[in-house]
Design a protein around this ligand. Structure first.
Ligand code: HEC
Length: 214
């Protein structure tokens, strides 16, 4: 009888082990499918049905890259002092990759936000602070565009557009961003923290000449 009891017990233990294994396997599968269902989308870039870029609502929660004030370029542009501030933001996942590689991954998006420079605000009696929004522009690295990059202008309040079609390749955004940038088509030479990374990673363009003016 004890032999039979032993056999029954062994079968019982084996069944339990099998059920446990099945349970663990099923929960692993379930965990994987829920993780992928909850995983964030591959990027934060959103296109409307007609291919226009949707103006990102949350770009102020991305990584703030740097700002410039009153930046002008080229012989024809006069410097009106102090000019506007511009604030540059990039999506977080791409920023992280840049910090590790010195390159922008496909599906990177930048927002350039221009704001008026204000003086004498509140207790301030020197220098400038940022004021009203003047314009929002964007730049996207995405293989869906010829050349891999596209530029967008959403205009200015009160008629800030919800979406913007890619500007035509003849727009000066493309030529200036191709000719005068330090890393790929971005002005990393004006973003000190990123420029250090690009130098360290050796990703500064070989044709980048800091002394050249357009
Ligand atoms: C004459 C050169 C020039 C032209 C033309 C130009 N940009 Fe730029 N752009 C710059 C510079 C310089 C910066 C760096 C800004 C800073 O440091 O604040 C910049 C930065 C940007 C950025 C931030 C990411 C980056 O590439 O560094 C965006 C987005 C951008 N520009 C969009 C545009 C769009 C859209 C147009 C066309 C409507 C345009 N730009 C035309 C010179 C130019």
């Amino acid at each position: 009888m004890t032999a039979l009891n032993d056999l029954v017990y062994t079968i019982y233990v084996m069944r339990r082990a099998a059920i446990l294994a099945l349970f663990l396997w099923a929960s692993a599968i379930l965990a994987r499918s829920t993780t992928s269902a909850q995983a964030p989308p591959a990027g934060v870039i959103q296109y409307a049905a007609d291919g226009a870029l949707v103006r990102p609502a949350d770009y102020r929660e991305w990584v703030f890259v740097s700002s410039g004030i009153g930046m002008t370029y080229g012989p024809t542009q006069s410097a009106v002092s102090p000019g506007n501030f511009d604030n540059v933001f990039v999506n977080r996942a791409s920023y992280t990759q840049f910090m590790n590689t010195g390159r922008w991954p496909d599906k990177t998006i930048f927002v350039l936000e221009q704001r008026r420079a204000e003086a004498q605000v509140s207790i301030n009696n020197g220098g400038h602070t940022q004021g009203a929004l003047v314009a929002i522009e964007a730049e996207v690295k995405d293989q869906r565009f010829p050349g891999g990059w596209a530029y967008f202008a959403f205009g200015a309040p009160p008629t800030l557009a919800a979406t913007a079609a890619p500007l035509p390749m003849s727009a000066n955004c493309y030529s200036c961003h191709k000719a005068s940038t330090a890393v790929e088509q971005t002005f990393v030479q004006f973003y000190p923290v990123l420029m250090d990374v690009a130098r360290r990673m050796g990703t500064v363009r070989s044709d980048y000449d800091p002394s050249r003016k357009p």
